[in-house]
Design a protein around this ligand. Sequence first.
Ligand SMILES: NC(=O)c1ccc[n+]([C@@H]2O[C@H](COP(=O)([O-])OP(=O)(O)OC[C@H]3O[C@@H](n4cnc5c(N)ncnc54)[C@H](O)[C@@H]3O)[C@@H](O)[C@H]2O)c1
Ligand SMILES: O=P(O)(O)OC[C@@H](O)[C@@H](O)[C@H](O)[C@H](O)CO
Length: 384
Amino acid sequence: MKAVHFGAGNIGRGFIGLLLSQSGYDVIFSDVNQTLVGALRERGEYTVTLAGDDQEQLHVTGVTAIDGTDGDAVAAAVAEADLVTTAVGVNILKHIAAGIARGIERRLAAGAEPLHIIACENAIGGSSQLKEHVYAHLGEEAKAKAAGIIAFPNAAVDRIVPIQHNDDPLAVTVEPFYEWVVDASAMLEGYKPVQGVHYVNDLTPYIERKLFTVNTGHCAAAYIGSSRGYGTIQQAMADDSIVDDVKATLNETGAVLVGRYGFDPDEHSRYIAKIIGRFRNPHLTDEVARVGRSPIRKLSPNDRLVKPALQAHDMGIEPKHLAKVMAAALHFANPDDPEAVELQQSIIEKGVGRTVTEYTSIADGHPVHRLILDYYAGMTAPRS
Ligand SMILES: NC(=O)c1ccc[n+]([C@@H]2O[C@H](COP(=O)([O-])OP(=O)(O)OC[C@H]3O[C@@H](n4cnc5c(N)ncnc54)[C@H](O)[C@@H]3O)[C@@H](O)[C@H]2O)c1
Ligand SMILES: O=P(O)(O)OC[C@@H](O)[C@@H](O)[C@H](O)[C@H](O)CO
């Protein structure tokens, strides 16, 4: 069995490629990073280290790579794949869509074997977004033929994998915990399960619980940590006042999640406690620059801050701590992060009020808009 996985980065090698390989797939990574592509082709294997007390090592074999900028190679790989997955970043999905569409056209011409295409990104409806991008490259006839044969099940993926600073470009250290949940209702009949994947008929509670707990809490630690001058999540989480902020933020999203999906409150509290323990993992060094990356994406209406804040407001809960995290995100100034640069420029040119409205879609005068501005005014810019 062959799997094509787009993105040989941290989650690609440290999580998705690992599980696919353990499930018996030969994994072909597609990436635009020529160092990674060259090393994967040359060596055909790499090592994943689990960041626990015993530093267990897992050897991933039977892997190779293609150059993601080589459209023919990408189309040929997709045409022959038994499974396609991605972990490139949700904003990159549009850039891989043309190659996937060409691969689908080749499959359809050759007799149309069924195919699942699963985006493993931190977003609600990642695979659905990818499908839209792919379909934009297909004609009406191909789209009609693809219906019922090419499926795009949505997924939620959870494993903390920091930016790697190893001499070996393929070595990757990951936290031991993982969770990969896939929407079974969108899988084609007779699908072969991937080992370690949890298939569920309603993904929404799973993706929202993950995004609005793991990722909301993570960016709370990153943005508030950054505003206090901390460089890593581990440093930020050693500051009790930041832990209090993270917990209070997760109590707001927790009230929303328990209210909307009927999660058991005690079980949800244990879920939060476990996540806070994961953020503190002493065997990892996770930079606030990574966890806070792309603040425009993180402040967008369907993401980890705005969506639960507005849901909380609608339920009569004042989302004070979510607003505080958003205010800290507006102070997140990283010259190496194009979205942070754009956000800071917008604040300078248009003011913070208009910037909030433009990027979050929260109207001027809305109580949550006012809360964000109040916190922003009371916060100092991060120490350099
Ligand atoms: N790192 C984590 O802890 C983690 C956990 C869960 C989910 N995620 C999600 O997984 C995705 C990837 O995150 P990451 O941390 O692995 O990032 P990363 O930057 O380490 O990996 C992304 C990879 O995609 C490659 N890429 C970029 N453009 C490409 C293209 N056009 N074609 C093929 N490859 C391309 C990059 O070269 C890079 O190797 C993101 O959506 C992220 O939110 C990350
Ligand atoms: O990948 P992002 O930028 O959406 O979010 C940064 C981190 O919160 C994220 O990568 C987590 O480490 C991960 O989602 C844990 O499962």
